[in-house]
Design a binder for this molecule. Structure first.
Ligand code: SF4
Length: 236
């Protein structure tokens, strides 16, 4: 695909660009994005799922100084913090943490205890969506690890799209990859990952809202289990 130093693309142009990357390696899209947006590309890391580990490895090989950020909700698993430490040692890169403006104690004082049980959308707004907006401020594009085969809700996601909610380009480099392809890459390149993925977890978020899943369940079935909530609000 022809690249340029442009930083602005219309939604229709992004749709065409996305179609052009179907069937291509994810690295091709990342290469295009770094060429088009330079340091305006940020990698959103959940430090929970396997695909994010792949995106970070690919991105760092192409652009070692790429910005990598994550949302520290204060409710991450100890294994997730251990993985972040392992990632930092492996790549020599410190991901930037964005936190809620409220500590867990301030949230409980202002909104009541266990908000994640009573109003998980509000809790996600406070601890994920608002910090994510701060993380994306000033960026031209963000890359995520979401994949079409993770859940029905993600089945139609584009590889490249205009992200109206946050007002920048969204890149989903491994959207078309299968779980099997993701794990093949992880083993081939010896990519570090969250060790909870070896313990029955397939998608890992906050301790309060994540459970291990059965072999035949959707990858994201363990998130907000028992409720009709399926997304935290970052990708909807
Ligand atoms: S995943 Fe659960 S605990 Fe984490 S921010 Fe959302 S509702 Fe709150």
């Amino acid at each position: 695909m022809t690249t340029s130093a442009r930083t602005k693309f219309s939604p229709d142009e992004l749709t065409q660009i996305s179609l052009g990357f179907e069937g291509q390696r994810p690295e091709e899209m990342l290469r295009w994005a770094f060429d088009a947006f330079g340091s305006g590309v940020g990698i959103a890391a959940s430090f929970g799922g396997a695909s994010g580990a792949v995106i970070m490895d690919m991105a760092l090989k192409l652009k070692p100084d790429v910005t990598i950020f994550y949302l520290d909700t204060d409710f991450l698993f100890p294994e997730t913090y251990a993985y972040i430490d392992a990632f930092t040692k492996r790549y020599g890169v410190t991901p930037v943490a964005y936190k809620s403006r409220l500590t867990p104690e301030q949230q409980a004082a202002r909104h009541g205890p266990a908000l994640w049980q009573r109003d998980p959308d509000k809790c996600c707004d406070l601890r994920k969506v608002e910090p994510n907006a701060r993380a994306l401020a000033g960026l031209s594009a963000w890359a995520t690890g979401i994949r079409r085969d993770q859940s029905g809700a993600r089945g139609g996601v584009n590889l490249v799209e205009w992200n109206k909610k946050f007002g920048l380009v969204k890149l989903n480099p491994v959207a078309a990859w299968t779980k099997k392809e993701v794990w093949a890459y992880i083993f081939e390149h010896k990519v570090p990952y969250n060790l909870l993925l070896d313990q029955g977890y397939k998608s890992i978020g906050c301790t309060h809202c994540t459970r291990a899943v059965g072999a035949n369940e959707d990858e994201r079935a363990g998130r907000w289990s028992g409720t009709d909530k399926t997304e935290c609000g970052l990708h909807t």
